[in-house]
Design a protein around this ligand. Sequence first.
Ligand code: SF4
Length: 200
Amino acid sequence: MNIQDVIEALKGKGYVVSYFETKEEAADYLDAKVDGQLVGFGDSETLNSLELFERLSSHNEVWDPQHRPEGMTFNQVGKKVLVTDIYFTSVNGMTETGELINIDSTGNRIGASFFGHDKVYFVVGTNKIVPTIEDAVWRTRNIAASQNCARHGYNTPCATTGKCHDCKSPDRICRALVVHYMKMKYTDMEVVLINEELGL
Ligand code: SF4
């Protein structure tokens, strides 16, 4: 995989692309860029590893279902995120040809990635890049979802076997799959690529 080819493919699909060698450099860039804004987060271990919530909260109003104010439910915070000026999330898979792939169980993460914001940032480690959409879909189930289920202690077969069984478990987290073929119309979107293993 040639990272420059991936960057060009993403640009060809309408995204602004920024590239950093480390998550610290990416966090500095985003911290300087987003100031005095209403900001929303989609659940993301990648964003957690950048400590972006902590950094942006000091000079923006940030809503994140993972950092809920006391007394607020997941859905209440998730609804606020849907209409923030700026939205941050990651992806479960990205193709070398520039498609972005996500799965979701509640829908807050993928729902907010379509519409409702002036700008969306997808913050992505290069470990998420695979050759094709089929590879990315495989990755979402057999790596991202399986490891997430194990991490949360969900009662799904993948949590113990490490591979997808297309389960019917009440704990199933693969409930919707989204492929961003191109940047959405009318919304600025930037892919922040980081040359590190980040997230699941
Ligand atoms: S469908 Fe079920 S078994 Fe497959 S990855 Fe999702 S939660 Fe795990």
